[in-house]
Design a protein around this ligand. Structure first.
Ligand code: MV4
Length: 504
């Protein structure tokens, strides 16, 4: 039984895990790169060890060094967080081989779900619905794929078996264009994963992306914690998540069905610890298994907010061989939670990553607000890691209250020194489609613009357009976002005025 945990991660998630450990009375060991010497996770941990230079390859991906530090510091277990080594079966196995606990599933479960074709056929064998497509495991040649494609029917999707996150994915609308698309999909998959193997699925258009959080302990208990709506994303990067899903809403029967199918999918690979089953859900509420994420997810706090379950503490208890503290009957979703991912990127410039020092920072607080962050004033945002700087999570009794609370929290949030996507989230909170919960995975890319109100404004009087823009974006927030030291000498107000005249 361990009581010292090494956190093999950085940023907000490392801080989140350290907090859970401390509340459970456990010692914490941080690891960090040269870019993260002054990071919050280093300050919050009991001990911290340098891994190496800033690039992930030379620091947070150095499995050998991390295991060596775990042993040297007498840590009993490693929590991988998300990203980096979290879904590497070989790393989980190496931990176990060295007598270290891995706070996550068994290596065999990670491997089975890591190969998307194996995952499909494994869960399908347990009666989990999958999108019609190629069946079985093992590699398929172009000839094989071109032969079965017409049986599956067009449009279809080429997907990488080593994939996930949309890499190596291609839409195919006819047999004629398929050979070239197979080629480019294989090349991209080979470049990204070192594995050019692909499989086919019928393309589901206009579907929603809804995922189910599950927890499984070593005593054989598997429960689900309801769903998260994750359709608001751009180029496979999620931007906002909510729980419950407005699409599932009060259809408790659908929730229960998706939940029990998710539990079955987890059981199909002998799953232990926290995991997430992703589904595509069509207009008629048919749902299909997409993939399973065998890790703690970025958006776990919204599930915590509506279930009152501390998922990270449960992960640690489960890894210590303890029974889960909750039964399925005890889990009830109450209220509504929304998470906005605050990224250091410029929503007015194609979401270009923004780096630099955080000169000023005021975090929103107050009723129903949670901020998980790894940064503080004076911290330098480097280009080496993902651009997530914080997660703003709000909870309300109803979806309406949660949206109003999110607006209020976004107004309070001030970051000066780097650009952030806060104006994007503010714009989104004013979108009628978002308010109505009417969005699918194409919404941000196809129907949402930062430049103009979503419903064409030509017919509206000019004065209304100006007022709507001013109210929607909140002048003060806009001014704070725009400041870049030494770049111009006019006041923010003048600059905003010009900007708005240019962008009308
Ligand atoms: C799909 C799909 C439509 N039909 N599969 C994208 C990433 C990977 N996790 C699976 N993805 C999709 N698979 C079929 N058969 C549409 C997507 C998809 C998507 C899925 C979830 C969230 C956002 C998405 C954005 C574009 C496409």
């Amino acid at each position: 039984m361990f009581n010292k945990v090494l956190i093999a991660n950085r940023g907000e998630i490392a801080v989140r895990i350290i907090r859970a450990c401390r509340e459970l009375g456990m010692q914490t060991v941080a690891v960090y790169s040269e870019a993260d010497r002054h990071a919050l996770h280093v300050r919050y941990s009991d001990e911290a060890y340098l891994l190496g230079p800033a690039p992930s390859r030379e620091s947070y991906l150095r499995a050998d060094k991390i295991i060596e530090i775990a042993k040297r510091s007498h840590s009993g277990a490693i929590h991988p967080g998300y990203g980096f080594l979290a879904e590497r079966a070989d790393f989980a196995q190496a931990c176990l081989d060295e007598g270290l606990g891995f706070i996550g599933p068994k290596p065999s479960s990670i491997a089975a779900m890591g190969d998307k074709a194996v995952a499909r056929s494994t869960v399908a064998g347990s009666g989990v619905p999958v999108v019609p497509g190629t069946e079985g495991e093992g590699s398929l040649s172009d000839d094989d794929l071109l032969k079965v494609a017409p049986e599956i029917g067009f449009p279809l999707l080429i997907k990488a078996t080593a994939g996930g996150g949309g890499k190596g994915m291609r839409e195919v609308r006819s047999l004629e264009e398929m050979p070239a698309l197979l080629n480019s999909a294989r090349r991209e998959a080979e470049a990204s994963f070192g594995d050019g193997n692909v499989y086919l699925e019928k393309l589901l258009e206009g579907a929603r992306h809804i995922e189910i959080q599950i927890l499984a302990d070593t005593q054989g208990n598997v429960i689900h914690l309801g769903e998260r709506e994750c359709s608001l994303q751009r180029r496979h990067q999620k931007l906002l998540e909510e729980s419950p899903s407005p699409f599932v809403g009060d259809d408790q029967e659908l929730r229960e069905r998706m939940g029990s199918v998710a539990v079955r999918a987890a059981q199909a690979v002998d799953y232990i610890n926290a995991g997430t089953i992703e589904f595509l859900v069509d207009k008629d509420k048919n749902f299909y298994f997409l993939e399973m994420n065998t890790r703690l997810q970025v958006e776990h706090p919204i599930t915590e907010a509506v279930t009152n379950v501390d998922i990270v503490k449960e992960q640690i208890r489960i890894a210590r061989g303890r029974q889960m503290r909750h039964t399925q009957e005890e889990i009830r979703l109450t209220g509504w939670a929304i998470e906005c991912r605050v990224n250091a990127e410029d929503p007015y410039n194609n979401f270009l990553p923004s780096t630099g020092r955080i000169d000023h920072l005021i975090l929103p607080t107050g009723p129903g607000v949670r901020v998980d962050t790894g940064v503080y004033p004076g911290f330098e945002i480097s280009p080496y890691y993902d651009s997530l700087i914080s997660k703003l999570i709000v909870r309300g009794e109803t979806r309406g209250e949660a949206i109003l609370r999110m607006r209020r929290a976004l107004e309070e949030y001030k970051i000066v020194g780097v650009r952030t996507n806060i104006p994007f989230h503010q714009h989104l909170m004013d979108s009628h489609r978002f308010m109505a919960g009417q969005y699918d995975t194409r919404f941000v890319e196809e129907r949402f613009s930062m430049e103009a109100p979503e419903d064409e404004s030509e017919t509206l009087p000019e004065i209304a357009a100006i007022l709507a823009t001013l109210v929607a974006h909140n002048e003060a927030q806009r001014a704070a976002q725009i400041i870049q030291r030494g770049e111009r000498d006019v006041s923010n107000w003048k600059w905003v005025g010009r900007w708005e005249r240019i962008h009308r």
